[in-house]
Ligand binder design. Structure first.
Ligand SMILES: [Fe+2]
Length: 255
């Protein structure tokens, strides 16, 4: 999927570009989230909070090192650096505290009792995407994904998604259903690109996007320019779901 295919490739259904100040859903965020399966909050974290986190992440680059993710297959392309939740909690406690704070917000908005994932490595992460880095169209394995942006970029790096566009089969990780799901996903993406409106979230310090990652097909556009895209990713699901290492062996953030 080339970087130039966005916005202009479905003129009948123009993209919705969400930037700070454009989101007029403050008073009714819960209702909006429950209907559309996403919400964007432009002032979740303050500028000093974001700066503090960025400094801590910079320190991690020198102390623990970041995990390099570089995977290309027929269906996906991932290219960025990451710090998994165990390292985040140990080295960047402020992000750990935010994991609990965002959990409360998600539960309030959704009216559902979501919980932090027991597998801390997956539940919380920080992604750093340099120029050329990207994450192609995909869905998440956990229901709720929240992304907090810490900085602004020279260009690219936008999160793009089609809200609630996925036909989601039950037990889609086993047997024939796994292949059926892949087929539905491919067709669903093709149909969405032709007919649906895409939400575009431009990175900006303090912006938080919450979505149902299993139902919204999403990607991160290639980063352009000298500034890295830095964001904190929070993952939640209903309590008790199995995200152990045995069933999540393909997770990109394991060391
Ligand atoms: Fe994702």
């Amino acid at each position: 999927m080339g970087g130039k295919t966005v916005i202009s490739d479905h003129g009948r259904a123009p993209a919705i570009r969400r930037t700070a100040g454009e989101i007029a859903m403050k008073d009714n965020r819960g209702a909006f989230f429950r209907e559309h399966k996403y919400v964007v909050i432009d002032d979740f974290a303050s500028a000093p909070e974001c700066r503090e986190l960025l400094h801590a992440i910079d320190r991690c680059k020198n102390t623990i090192g970041l995990i390099k993710v570089s995977q290309t297959s027929v269906t996906s392309r991932k290219r960025f650096l990451t710090i998994n939740g165990e390292d985040v909690e140990e080295n960047i406690p402020a992000a750990g505290r935010l994991y609990a704070k965002v959990n409360e917000l998600v539960n309030r908005l959704s009216g559902t009792d979501y919980a932090a994932l027991e597998n801390k490595q997956i539940g919380l992460s920080i992604n750093v995407t340099p120029a050329g880095g990207t994450f192609s169209w995909h869905h998440d394995r956990h229901e709720i994904t929240a992304i907090l942006y810490l900085n602004e970029l020279d260009g690219g790096g936008e999160l793009e998604f089609f809200p609630n566009n996925r036909v989601l089969l039950k037990n889609n990780r086993e047997g024939i259903r796994k292949w059926l799901q892949l087929g539905f996903d491919a067709l669903g993406l093709a149909a969405s690109l032709m007919t649906r409106r895409k939400v575009i979230v431009t990175p900006k310090p303090g912006v938080l996007c919450i979505m149902i990652g299993t139902k919204c097909t999403h990607r991160v556009r290639s980063v352009i320019g000298d500034r890295e895209r830095v964001c904190v990713i929070f993952a939640y699901d209903v309590p008790g779901k199995d995200f152990s290492r045995e069933v999540t062996g393909d997770y990109y953030g394991y060391k």
